[in-house]
Design a protein around this ligand. Structure first.
Ligand SMILES: [Zn+2]
Length: 314
């Protein structure tokens, strides 16, 4: 029944027409698309034909269809390589700190100690977004001194879980900027305040799959806090073989109706290697303009640099 509906939609008079459309349908890979994928391609073409970016959309759709999905083995190699680099960097970082005058144990437990250093009012918030229906905690009475606590239970090969634990502190340090600290707790317990996350390197990283190392896990944790991506999904994924064709087509459609914020490229929701922007921090705690203004007044609006050890936090 479902297939009949799809075929009927494809054959109906609302199907896109024109030379660009015929060109897409004539691509050899087009014939390998599933019915659902063809339906999404049709939707893209219908929207593209009435857009002033028509040529761009058709060029990117052609790229997408001509870029088949990578095999699971290739995806696994790519993810494991990123993961290994992160673990090696974490090891180097720890060795460098151990040789410095910094107390390594104190440095690594900044977030854990800071959140119990004084009484705080905690809010339990459940984004009910994406497919991880769990809650995290935040303390934001003072927008210039925000703490966030998230519990995550990992599922996957024991060796990869052990590697994720190795990079836990680097994830916290990547997410934390002045006046915004994140305590990530990997736990073995379950509950409505524990996010269940897999580690499957054969699949692209998502908020349900921490497969790509420190900066990727950091970006995905921001998703668990409820934030959306702010990169251009067409630019980033049309030709990305590590994302399935079906997912790329769905992301393409979303992007056609979305605008990238002007400062997106400076923030972690666009570029995982960047730190959270003030507006992204404030979105985590639903602080709005009041929060953004308070934080910019205190810290400035420039993207933050990696936070240095600060003994006053102890
Ligand atoms: Zn994302």
């Amino acid at each position: 029944m479902k297939s009949c509906i799809v075929i009927a939609l494809l054959m109906c008079s609302c199907a896109a027409t024109g030379p660009e459309v015929s060109g897409i349908r004539a691509l050899p890979h087009y014939s390998t698309l599933s019915l659902n994928e063809r339906l999404m391609a049709e939707e893209i073409m219908r929207k593209a034909l009435v857009s002033d970016r028509k040529d761009y959309y058709f060029e990117k759709l052609k790229l997408l269809i001509n870029t088949p999905s990578a095999t699971k083995e290739t995806t696994k190699e790519m993810n494991i390589s990123h993961f290994n680099r992160s673990v090696a960097a974490a090891k180097e970082h720890k060795e460098a700190l151990a040789k410095s005058d910094v107390n390594l144990a104190e440095y690594q437990s900044i977030e854990e100690r800071y959140e119990v250093a004084k009484p705080r009012k905690w809010v339990k918030y459940c984004p009910h977004k994406f497919s991880n229906p769990a809650c995290f905690y935040y303390s934001a009475e003072d927008y210039t001194d925000i703490l966030v606590h998230i519990n995550i239970r990992l599922h996957g090969p024991p060796d990869l879980i052990a590697q994720e634990l190795e990079i836990e502190d680097d994830i916290e340090k990547h997410l934390s900027i002045p006046g915004f600290n994140v305590n990530v707790v990997f736990t073995s317990r379950s509950g409505n305040d524990v996010f269940e996350v897999g580690i499957n390197p054969a699949e692209w990283s998502t908020n349900e799959n921490f497969a790509g190392g420190t900066i990727t896990s950091s970006h995905e944790i921001m998703h668990l806090f409820g934030l959306n991506d702010s990169y251009d999904r067409i630019e980033n994924h049309a030709g990305n073989p590590y994302v399935s064709v079906s997912d790329r087509l769905a992301l393409f459609i979303i992007q056609m109706d979305d605008n990238q914020p002007v400062d997106a490229e400076d923030g972690i929701m666009c570029n995982s290697s960047k730190r959270p922007l003030q507006r992204e921090v404030c979105e985590v705690v639903h602080g709005g303009k009041k929060c953004i203004d308070a934080r910019i007044k205190r810290f400035g609006s420039a993207p933050s640099v990696f936070r240095r050890w600060n003994a006053s936090l102890a």
